[in-house]
Design a protein around this ligand. Sequence first.
Ligand code: G3P
Ligand code: MG
Length: 243
Amino acid sequence: MTTLMNYAHRGASGNYPENTMIAFEQAIKLGATGIETDVQMTKDGSLVLIHDELLKRTTGVNALVADIRSDELLQLDAGSWFSPAFKDERIPTLEQLLDLAKRTQTFLNIELKNGIVPYPGMEQKVIETVRAYRMEDQVILSSFNHYSLIECNRLAPDIPTGILYMEGLYRPWKYALSIGATALHASHYAVLPDWVAEAAGHGVIYNVFTVNEPAEMIRLIQAGVAGIITDYPDRLTAVLSKL
Ligand code: G3P
Ligand code: MG
């Protein structure tokens, strides 16, 4: 038996509209043990789950998340772009997902999507919200903005963090530890077995994104990664059931 984490990327986004409650709920039914999501902040400071800084692709509205109030944003149709069958899906709040994760004992990877729009104060709000749900031990925070992770670690050293990156960083475990992170959220192209072993020797784990092909899932499991982030948690469930 492996204890590898099966993280559904934006929920089960291969088959459902990304970052919606149906994508999160279905991910759990498909065997996900964790959910990866992207958090941003509205004009009036609400934490909402959406990947793009611009609402256009998933709602059709040509505005930035940062420029719209939550009462307006939460009414938008976030499902029709994927299929008319999902026209009733809305952009969830972080609270909605925390509630689902708490009820179902699902782990959460909350990615602070603040690499382009900085969202001052978002770290504190995310941490306060996680604490309000008492889910500190069921959450890992990640970001491509590593200054933000330093702020997260300063505010909440008890909540683990992972550095997101795409490139071949040199000895990223040393870099991660230097900023207080204990996980490497690496693009799967930037992961070799020797590195996973060396990172483990320093107490640093790999959670790898976005892995949709079973052969690549098997390569990474054999390399010893701690978690795989996939659009198809059902595929990873099937791979794990055969090991
Ligand atoms: O957290 C892993 C992955 O979600 C990072 O990339 O662009 O899908 O948020 P992106
Ligand atoms: Mg993400």
